[in-house]
Write a protein of this length. Structure first.
Length: 177
């Protein structure tokens, strides 16, 4: 049974993880850090958590696999996915795999805690009437393909029929940090 205020942060950026860890500890959480999937698996053998914060793009892996692992370990765990590569495709997959919320970076501890409290959907959210732009559609297609290829840039470029450098430039332009 997890401690209600226990949290695991799955993040390969050690500086960001350290900052998040300290911030959550000041709020009364017991915080553990796993820089990747193997470290997360080792932690889950020892304990359970009430909360998890998972980076979508981990070094050499997709955070979606970690979301799936965490949800399989404890279906009641509240999981928030953070990403600098936000797209509708990855948001949908994260929610389908068990995340309760999906936030684009930059996000702080307040944003994450608020996301934990919004685990239930809200049917009153205002709908926009703005049509989707071609650039947004392109961005979403790129990220959908990135997810399909486990964030392999070369394979994504090949599948999209573009040069790898062109894809890298597009990702660098639109990256949310």
């Amino acid at each position: 049974m997890p401690d209600e205020r226990s949290l695991v942060i799955v993040e390969d950026d050690l500086g960001f993880a350290r900052t998040l860890k300290r911030s959550f500890e000041r709020r009364g959480y017991t915080v553990f850090h796993a820089p990747g999937r193997s470290e997360l698996d080792a932690l889950l053998k020892e304990r359970s958590f009430g909360y998890a914060v998972v980076d979508l793009k981990l070094e050499g892996a997709s955070g979606l696999q970690c979301v799936e692992t965490l949800h399989a370990h404890d279906e009641d765990m509240l999981i928030v996915v953070l990403t600098g590569f936000a797209s509708i495709a990855t948001a949908v997959e994260a929610i389908k795999l068990g995340a309760c919320h999906y936030l684009a970076k930059p996000s702080n501890t307040d944003d994450i805690e608020e996301a934990f409290s919004k685990a239930e959907g809200n049917a009153e959210v205002a709908l926009t009437e703005r049509p989707t732009s071609i650039k947004t559609l392109e961005w979403e297609r790129i990220h959908e393909t990135l997810v399909e290829t486990d964030f392999n840039i070369s394979e994504t470029a090949r599948r999209l029929g573009m040069h790898r450098r062109t894809l890298a430039r597009k990702l660098e332009k639109r990256q949310v940090k």
